[in-house]
Design a protein around this ligand. Sequence first.
Ligand code: SF4
Ligand code: SF4
Length: 68
Amino acid sequence: MADWKIPQLNQEKCVVCGICVDVCPQGVLALQAEEVIFARPQECTYCGTCEESCPHGAVACSYEIGWA
Ligand code: SF4
Ligand code: SF4
């Protein structure tokens, strides 16, 4: 299987507000040691909710999902 695609997190833009952690419907994200981590990346459905919800543009879902 190809690399598992998860959203890209820009740590320099992230202010660790926790909004993305709260809105992720799959519980993928978590706060740990004052940073956001992908605690359960295999659960990510690439729904884009974290990208839409981040007020600082720190999350990017930049991959197109499709079948090759
Ligand atoms: S919503 Fe954005 S700024 Fe807030 S913790 Fe998530 S990635 Fe960081
Ligand atoms: S893309 Fe959706 S499932 Fe994946 S981390 Fe963001 S909010 Fe959670």
